[in-house]
Design a protein around this ligand. Sequence first.
Ligand SMILES: Cc1cc2nc3c(=O)[nH]c(=O)nc-3n(C[C@H](O)[C@H](O)[C@H](O)COP(=O)(O)O)c2cc1C
Length: 214
Amino acid sequence: MSTLTKIALGMMGQLRPTHAKGDAAPFIPLPAPDKTGGMPLMEALSLRRSAREFGHRELPLPVLSGLLWAAFGINRPDGGRTAPSALNAQEIDVYVALPSGAYLYDPPAHALRLVAASDLRRVTGYQDFVNEAPLDLVFVADHARMRMVPAGQRQSYASVAAGAISQNVYLFAASAGLATVIRAWIDRSAIANALGLTHDQEVLLSQTVGYPKT
Ligand SMILES: Cc1cc2nc3c(=O)[nH]c(=O)nc-3n(C[C@H](O)[C@H](O)[C@H](O)COP(=O)(O)O)c2cc1C
């Protein structure tokens, strides 16, 4: 589906997911992430960049595991995470749009929980590469977890937290030879409808990840 078609459908409130490709397992346990691997930080920073051309090859589970742990996994016994959040509200949820379904990343379980048995990738942004890349992440702020943060600050603080998560994804991608791009040009209400979000939840950004197009 082209960008123009998506814009037109979005204006009519008709930008919708398509059929899932394959079986959508309700729960996908992820293998333990390899926390000792990866390239030196300065090399990963040297390679960090946005890419907008992706191969179709799916990410193997160990790669998805490392990616999601790097993004916003638990890295300390007290439940601390790989990205900061104001007052440690941990208000960002990472949704994962795969060809087989849309999932919520559950950091304590280090697993994916099914939220929609359909292929949401094309709904996650206007740009056409999002339809075919193997993975689109969606960063969603849960305002119900931000009651300690002054109301006027919640959106900007949540956006900062999502930005930190996005950079973790960029650095993991650089280290693992993946391509990625963070995206704000998205139809937030189409995504919220497709994911079945509540009024407390706000779609902030989306990020495509895949192997570079060869
Ligand atoms: C908040 C934000 C929103 C962005 N939105 C989009 C977007 O919707 N689509 C896109 O292709 N790139 C988007 N980008 C990526 C920028 O275009 C990209 O980071 C910039 O061109 C610099 O390129 P680099 O990331 O390779 O250094 C966004 C970046 C940020 C920080």
